[in-house]
Design a protein around this ligand. Structure first.
Ligand code: PGA
Length: 254
């Protein structure tokens, strides 16, 4: 993907369809700016249809989760065919809030493989819960990334994979609690080295790496300029139209 990537993770917001329509109206009014980035929107499932309809031509629909099975009848789940019929093009896999509710590295790895086989772009999230001066989080990241991608055997799979580095300690805070550009840069180099060890240099260099965790207009430019990232996965600020637009603008200014 040549353009910078911007993923809006609405999580379980907004609270009503009418609020969702307001956000979509504001996105649509600024479609010319959003067309300068690869925009992905991950709304709650009941909003899939309206998001798909109202962002046609300037955004791609993302599922916040996906099944870890190919076929079967399971109450409370959806199939990839249902997701695809709504126009879902990508899926967030391994978000820390899903991992906290039981999603294991094995499930992440299986979902990633299934997504790739089905033509869905996997947005695989990794991130440590805390950092200390000993640098133990690097070992944690190495293991998490290795096992989260364990099912991938073909180097070509990596060209369609998006990796989102989302340190858990930086999610849902304000910009001042987010990671700084130097630490982000160091971590992204480390993640790419692990990918290189697993899949070789050429394949590893093709992976688009995003950062997520308290991205706001106030820190977006510095993070984008300071590290080898392709863009952002944005939670809270994606529901604030002005903030989200400013973040999009900072991506295109790199
Ligand atoms: P945040 O969320 O931008 O609100 O920190 C990011 C995420 O959880 O994906």
């Amino acid at each position: 993907m040549a353009k910078p990537i911007l993923v809006a993770n609405w999580k379980n917001h907004p609270n009503s369809l009418s609020e969702a329509k307001t956000i979509l109206g504001q996105l649509s009014r600024n479609r010319l700016i959003y067309k300068k980035v690869s925009l992905f929107i991950a709304p709650p499932q009941p909003y899939f249809e309206i998001v798909s309809l109202r962002t046609k031509g300037f955004a791609r629909l993302v599922s916040q989760d996906m099944p870890d099975f190919y076929q079967g009848t399971y109450t409370g789940t959806v199939t990839l065919d249902i997701l695809k019929s709504f126009g879902v093009r990508a899926a967030i896999i391994g978000h820390s809030e899903s991992r906290a509710r039981g999603e294991t590295n094995e499930m992440v790895s299986q979902k990633t493989k299934i997504a790739l086989r089905a033509g869905i772009i996997p947005i695989v999230c990794v991130g440590e819960s805390s950092r200390d001066d000993e640098g133990e989080h690097f070992e944690f990241l190495r293991e998490q990334l290795k096992f989260s991608l364990a099912c991938l055997k073909r180097k070509s799979d990596l060209s369609r994979l998006i990796l989102a580095y989302e340190p858990v300690w930086a999610i849902g805070k304000r910009a001042k609690s987010a990671i700084g550009p130097d630490d982000l840069s160091e971590t992204v180099i480390f993640l790419r080295k692990i990918l290189t060890d697993m899949f070789g240099r050429v394949a590893a260099d093709r992976v688009n790496i995003l950062y997520g965790g308290s991205v706001e207009p106030g820190n977006a430019s510095a993070l984008m300029k300071g590290a080898d990232i392709k863009g952002f996965l944005v939670g809270r600020a994606s529901l604030n139209s002005k903030d989200f637009l400013d973040i999009a603008k900072s991506l295109t200014a790199k």
